[in-house]
Design a protein around this ligand. Structure first.
Ligand SMILES: C[S@@+](CC[C@H](N)C(=O)[O-])C[C@H]1O[C@@H](n2cnc3c(N)ncnc32)[C@H](O)[C@@H]1O
Length: 212
């Protein structure tokens, strides 16, 4: 992913941080499908988990509250990292780019990446999944979520803030193919319709993959 996309995405989320907390931080209470996936992930993973592209850290917090004792979060936006720290004392959050993580090989037993690859153009998917594969232990689990489709939606303004950000939609089959190219075994692919009045009205895709 080129530097301009990274810089624009970071700056945009820095500006959106307070609105993001207000709108999205409490959302899991209205999403039983997502909670079930996270419950299954938490029951199975054995060791430290990172929430990659964690935003304000609600997924990391959910995992911590549901049996994962070692959880951390990494996000491109320093402002969101600051909100995540404030909202989730006791969980470690740091700024970082999931395309080039400052993390040793085979560090984590699990990664959750909810709606963060949506800002990586499809041409960058094998690279980002290869980086995730590098930092996972053998047998490590990856749970990735995204918007299903083919389109790219650009915003110059969002929630009253001036931004420059692209939301990329993907077919589940193409995400699965990129995961396999990066060395993962794809175990489960599920999609669901959006929850009305809870979230953006887009179809949702989730893939559970394993570092073989
Ligand atoms: C739609 S939000 C999702 C946040 C959270 N995971 C959730 O489910 O609400 C996308 C997040 O991905 C982060 N992000 C985008 N590109 C990233 C990158 N290259 N490395 C790390 N985080 C990134 C953004 O800063 C933003 O917080």
């Amino acid at each position: 992913m080129d530097d301009k996309i990274t810089t624009n995405t970071r700056t945009s989320y820095d500006r959106l941080a307070d609105e993001y907390v207000g709108r999205i931080y409490p959302e899991l209470q209205h999403k039983p499908f997502d909670r079930q996936l996270l419950d299954d992930f938490a029951a199975r993973v054995r060791g430290p988990v990172c929430d990659l592209g964690c935003g304000p850290g609600h997924v990391a917090r959910y995992l911590r509250n549901h049996g994962v004792s070692e959880v951390c979060g990494i996000d491109l936006s320093p402002e969101l990292v600051e909100r995540a720290r404030r909202l989730n004392p006791g969980i470690e959050f740091q700024a970082g780019n999931m395309l080039a993580l400052n993390i040793a090989d085979a560090t984590w037993a699990g990664i959750v990446a909810f709606y963060s690859i949506i800002h990586i153009p499809r041409r960058g998917h094998v690279a980002v999944f290869s980086e995730m594969e590098r930092v996972l232990r053998p047998g490590g689990l990856l749970l990735v979520a995204f918007h299903v489709g083919e389109e790219i939606i650009h915003f110059d303004e969002l929630w009253g803030q001036t931004v420059s950000i692209d939301f990329h939609f993907f077919r589940s089959s193409e995400v699965a193919e990129s995961l396999r190219s990066a060395g993962f075994e794809v175990e489960k692919i599920v999609e669901r319709d959006p929850y009305p009045n809870v979230e953006a009205a887009t179809r949702r895709g989730y893939i559970l993959a394993i570092k073989s």
